[in-house]
Design a protein around this ligand. Structure first.
Ligand code: FAD
Ligand code: AMP
Length: 479
C-alpha cells in the first residue's frame, strides 16, 4: 500500500532538513528524501552546505588561516615558528571529520524529531505523489498532503574550461587537493572564488583570480570593496579585473589558460590547478515529472511567491532552487516559514535583512542597503565609519585591518545598512541585523553600552559617528 505523509521534503540540504525537522516538531508526519550517497552507498544528509559547501570550506579557511598566521604574524608576538610545516592530509582529514560529525548529527536530529529519512531519488508526479528510486533501482510510490521541493543548486560550468580530473575543478574539487599546488588559477572573484583562492594562497600557492567584470565585489558597498581589494592584494592574491578566460588545454597535468586581459590583448598562462568558480545554478534534475504541473523558468528556477508557494496548491519550493540569494541561512529560514505555513500559522520572512558574508580574513559582511543603492534610490542618508585601527581590542589582537560602516536614514535616523571588512565582520554585522530587525536607529545603538575592550565597540563607534559623535576617531563630514 502507498505510504502517505503530511509532508514530503525532497532534498536534505539546509533548506530541506531544517524544514523537515520543523514540520515534525509541529506534529506533522514528515519524510525527507535524499539521493546523495558516499562511495559505500550510505546516504549523505546535509546537501551542498554540509558536504561540499559552507562547512568544509570554513574548515579549510580556519586551518589555512592558522598556518598563515603562524608563518607571518606569530613572530610579532614573540612566538617563533621556525620549522613550521604542513600536513595536508591531516588538514583534509580534520575537514572530513567535521563534515561527518555534522551530517551524522542530522541523522540523529531526524531520529529524535521523528522525521522519516528516505534514501533515493525523488520525482514529483501529479496529485502530490512522489516516486522514489533507490540506489539499487527499486521504485516505491509515496504520497503527501504537502510537498516541499528543496533540491538546491550545482556549480556552473563554462565552455572554455571543461572540468578535467583533479586539474580543472569546481568548488568541490578545490576542497580536495592532496598537495599545495605551486600555481593556482581561479575563475570568478565571487564569494566562493575568493574563499577558495584564499585557502590555497595562505597555504603557499601563487594564486591568480580572473574576473570578467570591471568592478570588484559589485554587490558590496564600494568603500568596503575597495578596502577589501587592497587587503587581499597585500596578502598575495593577484586579482585581475576586466579579464575574461577564453580557453584552456591540459598538457602534462598542467592547465594552459588563455584569457583576454583588461586591454583586450590575448594572453596565456600555465597553472598547476584551475578552480572554476563562476557561480551556481538551480538544480531540478528529473524531479519535476511533466504531470506534476510545475516547470522551471528560463534560468532553471522554480517560480514561487514570497511564501515559497508554487503554482500547484500545497507544493512549495525553498532554498537555492528558488529566487533570492543562494545562502544556507536563507534556505533554512524559508524551510521554517513553509513548515509554519503548512500548520496555518502566519509566518513572514524579511528578505531585506538577509546577511551576506565572505569568510576570508578579514571577513567581509553586510546587511541592508549600501551607499550606491541608497544613492540610486534617492534616499537621504548619513554615514558613520570606524576603522579597526582605532579599536583597542583589534590592535591587541594584532588584527586591525578594515572598517565598519553604519548607514542611516537622514530623516528618521533608522539604520538601513551595516557593512564591514574586518575581524569577525560576520558576527559584528549580525548585531546590525538584530538592531535592524527591531527597527533600531543609529542613536539606539549609540545609547547601548558595549563591553570594553571588544570588537563590537567598533560598531558602537560607527553608530556614534553617524551623528558626529564618535569618540575614538575623527568624525566623517556629514552628508
Ligand atoms: P542544497 O544544500 O544544494 O541541498 C539540496 C539537496 O537536495 C542535495 O543534498 C541533493 O542531493 C538533494 N536532491 C536534489 N534532487 C533530489 C532528488 N530528486 N531526490 C532526492 N534528493 C535530491 N552559504 C552560506 O550561507 N554560507 C557559506 O559560508 C557558504 N559557503 C559555501 C561554500 C561553497 C564552496 C559552496 C559551493 C556553497 C556555499 N554556500 C554558502 C551556499 C550554500 O551551500 C547553499 O546556499 C545551500 O546549501 C542551499 O541549500 P539548499 O537546501 O537549497 O540546497
Ligand atoms: P559568483 O556568481 O558571485 O560566484 O561570481 C562568479 C563570477 O565569475 C562573476 O563575477 C562572473 O563575472 C565571473 N566570471 C564568469 N565567467 C567568467 C570568465 N570566463 N572569465 C572570468 N570571470 C568570469
Amino acid at each position: 500500500m502507498e505510504q502517505k505523509f503530511d509532508v514530503i521534503v525532497i532534498g536534505s540540504g539546509p533548506g530541506g532538513y531544517v524544514c523537515a525537522i520543523k514540520c515534525a516538531q509541529l506534529g506533522l508526519k514528515t519524510a525527507c528524501i535524499e539521493k546523495w550517497v558516499d562511495d559505500k552507498k550510505n546516504t549523505k544528509l546535509g546537501g551542498t552546505c554540509l558536504n561540499v559547501g559552507c562547512i568544509p570550506s570554513k574548515a579549510l579557511l580556519e586551518s589555512s588561516h592558522k598556518f598563515y598566521d603562524a608563518q607571518k604574524h606569530f613572530s610579532r608576538h614573540g612566538i617563533m615558528s621556525k620549522g613550521l610545516s604542513l600536513d595536508i592530509s591531516a588538514m583534509m582529514q580534520r575537514k572530513n571529520s567535521v563534515v561527518s560529525q555534522l551530517t551524522s548529527g542530522i541523522t540523529g536530529l531526524f531520529k529524535a524529531n521523528g522525521v522519516t529519512s528516505i534514501a533515493g531519488t525523488a520525482r514529483l508526479l501529479a496529485d502530490k505523489q512522489v516516486e522514489v528510486t533507490t540506489h539499487d533501482n527499486k521504485t516505491t510510490l509515496l504520497s503527501a498532503t504537502n510537498v516541499v521541493l528543496a533540491t538546491g543548486s550545482v556549480p556552473i560550468d563554462i565552455p572554455p574550461t571543461p572540468l578535467q580530473d583533479d586539474i580543472i575543478v569546481n568548488s568541490t574539487g578545490a576542497l580536495e587537493f592532496n598537495n599545495v599546488p605551486e600555481k593556482v588559477g581561479v575563475i570568478g572573484a565571487g564569494v566562493i572564488g575568493l574563499e577558495l583562492g584564499s585557502v590555497w594562497c595562505r597555504l603557499g600557492s601563487k594564486v591568480t583570480v580572473f574576473e570578467a567584470l570591471d568592478s570588484f565585489l559589485p554587490m558590496v558597498d564600494q568603500q568596503i570593496a575597495k578596502e577589501t581589494l587592497k587587503i587581499f592584494t597585500k596578502q598575495g592574491l593577484d586579482i585581475k579585473l576586466s579579464t575574461k578566460v577564453t580557453g584552456s588545454t591540459v598538457k602534462k597535468k598542467k592547465v594552459h589558460l588563455e584569457y583576454q586581459d583588461s586591454s583586450g590583448k590575448l594572453q596565456k598562462e600555465v597553472f598547476d590547478k584551475l578552480i572554476v568558480a563562476v557561480g551556481r545554478k538551480p538544480f531540478t534534475g528529473n524531479v519535476l515529472d511533466a504531470s506534476c504541473g510545475i516547470t522551471t523558468d528560463d534560468r532553471g528556477f522554480i517560480a514561487v511567491n514570497d511564501k515559497c508557494e508554487t503554482k500547484v496548491a500545497n507544493v512549495y519550493a525553498i532554498g537555492d532552487v528558488v529566487r533570492g540569494p543562494m545562502l544556507a541561512h536563507k534556505a533554512s529560514e524559508e524551510g521554517i516559514m513553509v513548515a509554519e505555513l503548512i500548520c496555518n500559522q502566519k509566518p513572514e520572512m524579511n528578505y531585506d535583512l538577509i546577511p551576506s558574508v565572505v569568510y576570508t580574513h578579514p571577513e567581509v559582511a553586510w546587511v541592508g542597503m549600501n551607499e550606491q543603492q541608497a544613492k540610486a534610490k534617492g534616499i537621504d542618508y548619513k554615514v558613520g565609519v570606524f576603522p579597526f585601527a582605532a579599536c583597542g581590542r583589534a590592535l591587541a589582537a594584532d588584527d586591525s585591518e578594515g572598517m565598519i560602516k553604519v548607514i542611516a536614514d537622514s530623516n528618521t535616523d533608522r539604520i538601513i545598512g551595516v557593512h564591514c571588512v574586518g575581524p569577525s565582520a560576520a558576527e559584528l554585522v549580525q548585531q546590525g541585523v538584530i538592531g535592524m530587525e527591531f527597527v533600531a536607529s543609529a542613536e539606539d545603538i549609540a545609547l547601548t553600552i558595549f563591553a570594553h575592550p571588544t570588537l563590537s565597540e567598533a560598531l558602537h563607534e560607527a553608530a556614534l559617528a553617524v551623528n558626529g559623535g564618535a569618540i575614538h576617531t575623527i568624525n566623517r563630514k556629514k552628508k
